[in-house]
Write a protein that binds this ligand. Structure first.
Ligand code: HXC
Ligand code: NAP
Length: 303
């Protein structure tokens, strides 16, 4: 066996597309959280294939980044302030999109909330906040998208971005893992309910895909690992554009018979299992926390 295992090959460079040029000409794609990280990378691939983009999120700096980084790729870009916990704000974002670009054909429900914490440290509001954004927000966006297409009798596509701890549980991320399990389940229900009306619903799960916009909390969690690449069966982490290629395929004419499916793009990381497992390290210890109840420098206050 060679010393340096090659792992899964690197993908084509940024800017390459598997789909024909113009696949999304005349289409409008709404991406929640499309001003940062994976949402922005997914939005970019739709734009390269001709789509007009609507980016919906809370923070002005993220909306500005969408305009700056996605504007030159092909289609038009509309950045709209929207907190996906609020159904009225979602409806208002769709109204603006319809008025300025046309009804969004594709929804990429990508926005989510997450921070690492031992489960017992989570305040009721911390738990509620993550579930409210990640699960409830995804549902409310999908509902708004579907309602408009059900009313007009037009086909549509929904892609909900998930996480693989939907299947496995996520020690250190109880709130997010439970919410993402809900998202995966929701995809399966909505695909059946809305399929007869021509609305396709799928999930898309990124593996470990670092990017410059990662929150400090998530980044410091990754930084605890000596080599994120070598902890993956692929011997490498994912690239944001790999999610963009998967999303643009799923919602394209070539993916029309795929519905109710959650596509995992993670180099088989979540199937990694050992015959003899490494020693258990309690989550508090992994996160550098002291015993529950003791004063912990740097720990988030508990409610
Ligand atoms: C414990 C925390 C906390 C932390 C916030 N809270 N941060 N608790 N540890 N690090 C608590 C607060 O104290 C508060 O509870 C409650 O959560 C709500 O906090 P707010 O700051 O008021 O909420 P809000 O302004 O709505 O912001 C939401 C947020 C924030 C989730 C807290 O981080 C955010 O906006 N995140 C968006 C981006 C994001 O999370 N990206 C990650 C996606 S990556 P109390 O009781 O004090 O009122 C991802 C990767 C998965 O999902 C896989 C990773 C490898
Ligand atoms: P990120 O850069 O932190 O993106 C999260 C986005 O969600 C931000 O653009 C944020 O924008 C938006 N958002 C958060 N709360 C919102 C709200 N209430 N209303 C509207 N928008 C909101 O994280 P990411 O890594 O790109 O993650 C994107 C998706 O991939 C998420 O669903 C995440 O769970 C999933 N994922 C990522 C990885 C990874 O390795 N990166 C792994 C597994 C799963 P505002 O702050 O402007 O609102």
């Amino acid at each position: 066996m060679p010393d340096e295992l090659p792992g899964l090959p690197e993908p084509p460079p940024l800017g390459a597309s598997a789909l024909p040029p113009g696949t999304y000409d005349g289409r409008v794609v709404l991406v929640t959280g499309g001003g940062t990280g994976l949402g922005k990378a997914i939005a970019a691939e739709f734009a390269r294939l001709g789509a007009d983009l609507v980016v919906a999120s809370r923070k002005p700096e993220h909306l500005a980044a969408a305009g700056r980084d996605l504007g030159g790729l092909g289609g038009r870009v509309l950045a709209v302030p929207c907190d996906i916990r609020d159904a009225d704000q979602i409806a208002a974002a769709y109204d603006r999109a319809e008025g300025e670009l046309g009804r969004p054909d594709v929804l990429v429900a990508n926005a989510a909330a997450n921070f690492p914490s031992p489960a017992e440290d989570l305040s009721p509001n911390a738990w509620r906040t993550v579930v409210d954004i990640t699960l409830n927000g995804t549902f409310l966006c999908a509902r708004e998208h579907a309602r408009r297409h059900l009313a007009s009798g037009t086909p549509a596509s929904v892609i909900a971005v998930g996480a693989s701890y939907a299947w496995t549980g996520g020690p250190g991320f109880a709130h997010s893992a439970a919410a993402k399990a809900g998202v995966k389940n929701l995809v399966e229900t909505l695909a059946v309910e809305w399929g007869p009306a021509g609305i396709q619903v799928n999930g898309l799960v990124p593996g470990l895909v670092p990017h410059e916009d990662m929150t400090a909390d998530i980044r410091s969690n990754l930084d605890r690992n000596r080599s994120n690449a070598r902890s993956q069966p692929a011997m490498r982490v994912g690239h944001p554009r790999e999610l963009g290629w998967a999303a643009t395929f799923l919602a394209s004419p070539y993916g029309r018979f795929i519905s109710g499916h959650t596509l995992v793009v993670d180099g088989a990381n979540w199937q990694r299992r050992f015959l003899t497992n490494p020693e258990v390290v309690p989550v508090r210890e992994q996160l550098g926390r002291g015993p529950f109840g003791a004063a912990e420098p740097g720990a988030h206050p508990r409610g």
